[in-house]
Write a protein that binds this ligand. Structure first.
Ligand code: F6P
Length: 363
C-alpha cells in the first residue's frame, strides 16, 4: 500500500485541519495509508511517535477546528542537510515517499529542496550503513505536493490561500465592534492588521468595512500622504461621519521603504485634526479560531486534489502546489509560484511599486 505523509508547517491558519482531514480520508479512500507528521519539519527530523498513522475517525470533526491539530513548529535543523538526512531516514523507515504539506512559501520551498536532494540523501544513508539498499528500493523518488496555508494570502498563482478568508472575516467582525464604540464617542481608530509583507488583508478589510484610509506595502502612499490622509478624513467628517477608521497593514511602508506605524498615523489624526484617536492592534485573534465556510470548502477540495496529484505523479513530475484560480482547483509547478511570489518582494525592495502591483494583479 502506498503511504502518504501529511504535515502542517509555518504559522497556523484556519482551514489547515480541514486540509489534513481531506488528505487523510482521500488517501484512505484511494487505498493508501495516511501518516501525519506532527510538529512540522521537527516531526520529520525527530521521527518516532511524531510520525503516526491516521485513520478515518482520527480526523472526525476537524473541518471547523482552528489552528492545526497536528502541530507546527519552526525547525532550524531541517534547513541544513544533516537535518534533511535524518528526515529522509525517518520517512523511509515508515515507508513514506510522498508528502503533502500545508504551509507558506518558505515551508514549501524547503520541501522542494528535500525532493531535489532525495536520491543523494538515500545514497548517503545506504553508503553509511544507516539503511539497506532493499529499504530504499521502492522509494527512489519523493513526491511533494503543497497546499498554501497562510492567513496572509501572499502566494502567487492562487487566488486564495487557506485561512485568508477566515482571517478577513475575523478582521471585519473586529472592525464592526470597534465601529460602534468609535461612533459613540465620535473617535478615530487606527487598526493594525497582519499580513507580513502583503497588503491583501488590509486592503480587503478596508473595502469590506468602508474604512477611511488604508496603508499597504505594495502601493505606498504618495510623498504628501500626511496631507492627503488628513484631507480625506476631514472631508468625511464634514460629510457627517462620526467615526474614522484607518487600517494599517503591519508591513506598510512609504515610498522610501520606511515603516509607516499606527503611532505615526494616530499622531497625525490627533494633532492635525484634533480627533480623539485610539490604536487597536488586532494581533493573533486574526489567526486563531474556526475556519469560515470558504476555507472549509477550499481546504477540502484542495486536500482531495493533492492526493490525486500524488497518485498521478511520475519520477519526472516537479513539486506541485494546489491553487484556486477563477474558482477552479488546479495544480501548478510549486517553484514557479514561489518565484513569482518572491518577485513581488524584490520589486518592493527595488521601489518598483508599479511592478509589485502588476505582479499581484497578474495573480
Ligand atoms: O504569516 C502569518 C502571520 O500571522 C503574519 O501575518 C504575521 O506577520 C506573522 O505570521 C506573525 O507570526 P508570529 O505568530 O510568529 O508572531
Amino acid at each position: 500500500k502506498r503511504r502518504i505523509g501529511v504535515m502542517t508547517s509555518g504559522g497556523d491558519a484556519p482551514g489547515m485541519n480541514g486540509a489534513v482531514r481531506a488528505v487523510v480520508r482521500m488517501s484512505i479512500a484511494r487505498g493508501c495509508e495516511s501518516y501525519a507528521i506532527c510538529e512540522g519539519y521537527e516531526g520529520l527530523v525527530k521521527g518516532g511517535d511524531l510520525i503516526k498513522q491516521m485513520f478515518w475517525e482520527d480526523v472526525r470533526g476537524w473541518i471547523s477546528e482552528g489552528g492545526t491539530l497536528i502541530g507546527t513548529a519552526r525547525c532550524a535543523e531541517f534547513r541544513e542537510r544533516p537535518g534533511r538526512l535524518k528526515g529522509a531516514k525517518n520517512l523511509i523507515l515508515k515507508g513514506i515517499d510522498a508528502l503533502i504539506i500545508c504551509g507558506g512559501d518558505g515551508s514549501l520551498t524547503g520541501a522542494d529542496i528535500f525532493r531535489t536532494e532525495w536520491p543523494g540523501l538515500l545514497k548517503e544513508l545506504v553508503d553509511t550503513g544507516e539503511l539497506t539498499a532493499e529499504q530504499i528500493e521502492s522509494h527512489k523518488h519523493l513526491n511533494i505536493v503543497g497546499l498554501v496555508g497562510s492567513i496572509d494570502n501572499d502566494m502567487s498563482m492562487t487566488d486564495a490561500t487557506i485561512g485568508a478568508y477566515s482571517s478577513l472575516t475575523r478582521i471585519c467582525q473586529a472592525v464592526d465592534f470597534i465601529d460602534s464604540t468609535a461612533f459613540s464617542h465620535s473617535r478615530a481608530f487606527v487598526i493594525e492588521v497582519m499580513g507580513r509583507h502583503c497588503g491583501w488583508l488590509a486592503l480587503m478589510a478596508s473595502i469590506s468595512t468602508g474604512a477611511d484610509f488604508v496603508f499597504i506595502p505594495e502601493k505606498p502612499p504618495s510623498e504628501g500622504w500626511h496631507d492627503e490622509m488628513c484631507e480625506i478624513v476631514a472631508e468625511h467628517r464634514r460629510l457627517g461621519k462620526r467615526k474614522t477608521i484607518v487600517i494599517v497593514a503591519e508591513g506598510a511602508i512609504d515610498r522610501e521603504l520606511n515603516k509607516i506605524t499606527p503611532g505615526m498615523v494616530k499622531d497625525l489624526l490627533a494633532n492635525r485634526l484634533g480627533l480623539d484617536t485610539r490604536i487597536t492592534t488586532l494581533g493573533h485573534v486574526q489567526r486563531g479560531g474556526s475556519a469560515c465556510a470558504y476555507d472549509r470548502m477550499l481546504s477540502t477540495l484542495q486536500g482531495v486534489k493533492a492526493v490525486e496529484a500524488v497518485l498521478a505523479a511520475t519520477p519526472e513530475t516537479p513539486s506541485y502546489v494546489i491553487s484556486i484560480i477563477e474558482n477552479k482547483i488546479t495544480k501548478k509547478p510549486l517553484m514557479e509560484a514561489v518565484k513569482l511570489t518572491q518577485a513581488v518582494a524584490t520589486a518592493i525592495a527595488a521601489k518598483d511599486f508599479d511592478k509589485a502591483i502588476s505582479l499581484r494583479d497578474a495573480e
